[in-house]
Design a protein around this ligand. Structure first.
Ligand SMILES: Cc1cc2nc3c(=O)[nH]c(=O)nc-3n(C[C@H](O)[C@H](O)[C@H](O)COP(=O)(O)OP(=O)(O)OC[C@H]3O[C@@H](n4cnc5c(N)ncnc54)[C@H](O)[C@@H]3O)c2cc1C
Length: 525
């Protein structure tokens, strides 16, 4: 597959770039422009907290990319690697369609950022991230389960621990999530006979002295006052040092006993973006790719970037700043980027990104938001109503808008839902059966699991054609990977074989551990 333009990432920047470019290029755009994203929806991240707080349904906060970006080819897949010298992307389409090569003439990088939970001991094990719809649903389920458990016990200390939530990070994600959880837990207590007189505790921990750095100190201070008045506990200028299953320990040695810890700290650059920067020798601005004002990367006329993964100069009433990592900037940059690419394709010149800041909003609880619009700051129901109206306007299609509007109207009147219907977590171990000559993994493929060979044998083939047979009891792990986590050998079943695959979070933990010690899982494997 080959396209004139590939847009990598379907968030605010990528989706709006694809939508606009599709419109500008017309019906033929789907043959020339592709949007590649891990999921076939654009997630409206600013509303994730409301899913965690059970005031919105998951489908209300996603926008189907195929309907939003109608004129371009939408490809669902995870980008593994960008090979700039060959102008190709390696894309993993899913379990049965692993390695696709997709070529491009021009590349738009809008991959956002990722969460790195390895910075604080215990964070990966006990911290709950808030980046995706699944994260929000899992957090909602965890909070409801804590309420159920607390209702069951009579020991005061244990009940208090169960009813305490610590949210680490005072940016958008932390503030919005903490606000929602406080309202959700407070509002739900009345349905639990043994909790009606027991207070819930939500503690927001932030390393700096002001909240909401993304949108300026005044609105942050405003949000703090509103939240404190509603009963939230603030720990500002406080750093989380360590987390266990039942406590959060701070850098000064103090601690809070809690079983539910939400982590919104640890924003890290997307590894695919970092990989490309290494290839091109690009110096980043704390992991964000520096662009010219036109959103093009200097010295690389075929590379463009926008949103959270880009460091874009922004002329704020004469003062040159770096665009903040917010949804409204990402969306507007995406639109401008589309116009610029269309102009270049027609032999014209790209224009600089310009944006007249109109204001900012953050939803901080049930029917409550803080807003700054044209310099006026206000909070409460009006701010919240404006917030939702802005979102509704962004949804594609009258039917979808109507459905969400009806959902929201019901939600205004009825209590939040307390049902937990999450499927049990996916098993980290999977049993695999292979017949003779069936492929286990190809050389160069990204490692997605380590394997324990329970029966039969596996034939490894090296790039030079050399072979090695692994007998029953062998482990295929780190020792067979290159520095980028790809298999150095091809593995096929030498005879009928049964293996156990270690995947998911367990694999990630093992890999981090083994990289630190530079040891294979089993010596000599
Ligand atoms: C919980 C939460 C609340 C927030 N609240 C607000 C708010 O109130 N107001 C505000 O302005 N901002 C808010 N933000 C920030 C805002 O959501 C981001 O600034 C915005 O989403 C950035 O857009 P983006 O397109 O750069 O990245 P994203 O929206 O993160 O999109 C990145 C895209 O790239 C895809 N992707 C990543 N890696 C790969 C890969 N390897 N292969 C394929 N696809 C990949 C992702 O799936 C996604 O589609 C919030 C963020 C969060 C997490």
């Amino acid at each position: 597959m080959h396209y004139d333009v590939v847009i990598a990432g379907g968030g605010f920047a990528g989706a709006y770039c694809a939508k606009t470019l599709g419109k500008l290029l017309g019906k033929d755009a789907s043959k020339r422009v592709a949007l590649i994203a891990e999921n076939n929806v654009m997630v409206f991240q600013p509303m994730l907290a409301e899913v965690a707080g059970s005031s919105l349904a998951p489908l209300d906060v996603v926008n189907p990319l195929r309907q939003l970006c109608r004129h371009v080819d939408v490809l669902q897949g995870t980008i593994q690697h960008i090979d700039w010298s060959r102008k190709t992307l390696l894309v993993d389409g899913g379990r049965f369609t692993r390695n696709h090569e997709i070529g491009f003439k021009q590349l738009v990088l809008t991959l956002g950022s990722v969460t790195d939970l390895s910075r604080v001991p215990g964070m990966a094990e006990y911290g709950r991230p808030m980046k995706s719809v699944s994260d929000a649903l899992r957090l909602r389920a965890a909070v409801i389960n804590r309420l159920e458990e607390a209702n069951l016990v009579s020991e005061a200390a244990l009940r208090a621990r169960l009813l305490t939530v610590v949210v680490a990070g005072g940016g958008y994600t932390g503030v919005e999530t903490a606000g929602q959880l406080l309202d959700f837990m407070e509002g739900s207590r009345k349905y639990y006979a043994n909790l009606r007189d027991t207070p819930v505790r939500v503690v927001l921990v932030h390393g700096h002295d002001r909240l909401l750095a993304e949108i300026g100190p005044e609105l942050g201070e405003y949000a703090r006052c509103v939240l404190e008045k509603r009963g939230m506990e603030m720990r500002l200028k406080t750093r989380v040092a360590e987390i266990t299953a039942d406590r959060v320990i701070f850098a000064d040695g103090d601690f809070i006993e809690a079983h539910t810890i939400v982590t919104t700290i640890g924003n890290a650059p997307n590894p695919v973006v970092l990989g490309l920067c290494e290839q091109l020798g690009l110096v980043t601005d704390r992991g964000r790719i520096r662009t010219e004002a036109t959103l093009r990367v200097a010295g690389h006329p075929d590379l463009w970037t926008a949103g959270d993964c880009a460091s874009v100069p922004w002329n704020d009433r004469g003062e040159i700043k770096t665009s903040p990592p917010t949804a409204q900037f990402a969306q507007r940059q995406g639109v401008q980027l589309a116009h610029n690419i269309a102009a270049v394709m027609r032999g014209g010149e790209p224009k600089p990104f310009r944006y007249q800041y109109m204001g900012q909003m953050a939803a901080i609880g049930e029917h409550d938001a803080v807003a700054e619009v044209f310099g006026f700051r206000f909070s409460g129901f009006l701010a919240w109503w404006m917030w939702r109206t802005v979102y509704l306007a962004k949804l594609p299609g009258v039917l979808r808008r109507l459905r969400v509007m009806i959902d929201w109207t019901f939600e205004l009147v009825f209590p939040r839902d307390l049902s937990v219907v999450l499927p049990p977590p996916e098993d980290v171990l999977r049993a695999i059966h292979l017949v003779k000559d069936e492929l286990l993994f190809d050389r160069g493929a990204q490692c997605r699991a380590f394997f324990y060979l329970r029966s039969g044998s596996v034939l490894l083939t090296a790039p030079d054609g050399g072979t090695r047979v692994l007998p029953k009891g062998s482990v295929l792990d780190q020792a067979l990977l290159d520095a980028e986590g790809r298999w150095r050998w091809t593995a096929v079943a030498a005879e009928s074989a049964d293996l156990t695959a270690i995947r998911g979070r367990a694999l990630k933990l093992l890999q981090t551990e083994l990289q630190l010690t530079h040891r294979p899982l089993v010596e000599g494997s």
